[in-house]
Design a binder for this molecule. Structure first.
Ligand SMILES: NC(=O)c1ccc[n+]([C@@H]2O[C@H](COP(=O)([O-])OP(=O)(O)OC[C@H]3O[C@@H](n4cnc5c(N)ncnc54)[C@H](O)[C@@H]3O)[C@@H](O)[C@H]2O)c1
Length: 269
């Protein structure tokens, strides 16, 4: 991370709940000085004060980055608290649905605005964040955002803001789908006679381990799946259920992701 600029000029977090908090935990763990962080939140979590960040204090003159991490529905009420920084900071919004045009309308057309979609594995440095900036965002600001977000996982640049709804549906909301997979895999193990504790331990380690393998192995996810699947064996029996074109994962996840993308578009109206 370009820690010098953030340390010198400061980082503001407007809203620090589950997602803002996940990123902040990652940044602090990565060495960002707590004294360089200003949080504005009417209901700050107790760990923030314990961590040494400045909570609801007067803001710095020109913070390097101002993260907008309130719910989309709260954005209109919350923005006036930071709007005066316009022209002296780069705003980075993580709000689902909220468009750059909506933010520009509140912050002024000259405001440098980056729209981003992170995800909660940022808390353990394994997030992925997609970003796109408005006309006022120069390469230096985008690089700074990448440095900051890169400290809590991977970053990707989008070339069209319209991609953000699908990104939100895949990687922003995606961790919830995977956590639910763990829940239902454990429940299915219980149905086959395992204790709840054993079933959950197996499901959690299996999904976690498969995730790391999928990221780190040279093989594609499809090849890794084939590696598990002995012809005529147990995995094949399960995959015939899960890969069914009518009732399996393909149509189910397609519907789920489409519903999330649709909701993202609705939130932007
Ligand atoms: N949770 C996720 O996995 C996730 C992932 C990507 C993006 N997001 C986006 O991040 C944003 C925050 O989501 P979250 O899940 O962290 O929600 P959250 O409710 O956990 O956090 C929102 C925080 O904003 C604070 N807040 C409310 N009104 C405020 C105001 N007027 N001024 C300042 N702070 C105020 C709340 O006290 C709370 O701490 C949303 O826009 C969401 O779309 C969330």
């Amino acid at each position: 991370m370009n820690q010098d600029e953030i340390s010198e000029r400061g980082l503001v977090l407007l809203g620090c709940g589950k997602m803002g908090g996940a990123m902040l935990k990652g940044w602090l763990a990565g060495g960002l000085p707590a004294a360089s962080v200003w949080v504005i939140d009417p209901a700050p979590a107790p760990w923030l004060t314990e961590a040494g960040v400045r909570v609801n204090e007067e803001l710095p003159e020109a913070p390097a980055m101002t993260i907008l991490a309130v719910k989309p529905q709260m954005m209109g009420d919350a923005l006036p608290q930071v709007a005066a920084l316009s022209g002296r900071t780069v705003f980075l919004s993580i709000a689902a649905g909220t468009t750059i045009a909506t933010l520009e309308a509140e912050l002024g057309g000259e405001a440098a605005v980056i729209r981003a979609m992170p995800n909660t594995p940022a808390a353990v440095g394994r997030g992925i964040t997609a970003i796109i900036g408005n006309q006022a965002v120069d390469e230096g600001a985008l690089s700074l955002a990448e440095d900051l977000l890169g400290a809590v996982g991977q970053t990707v640049r989008l070339d069209d803001e319209a991609q953000m709804d699908a990104v939100t549906a895949v990687s922003g909301s995606g961790p919830a789908y995977v956590f639910h997979l763990i829940e239902v895999l454990a429940a299915a193990g219980e149905a086959e006679g395992l204790t709840p504790e054993l079933a959950m331990a197996l499901a959690r380690a299996t999904v976690g381990g498969a995730g790391v393998l999928a990221e780190e192995a040279d093989e594609t996810p499809s090849e890794l799946r084939v590696n598990v699947t002995s012809p005529g064996g147990t995995t094949q029996a399960a995959l015939e259920v899960l890969m069914d074109a009518e009732t399996g994962f393909p149509p189910l996840l397609k519907r789920a992701v489409a519903a999330a993308a649709r909701r993202s578009r609705e939130l932007g109206q």
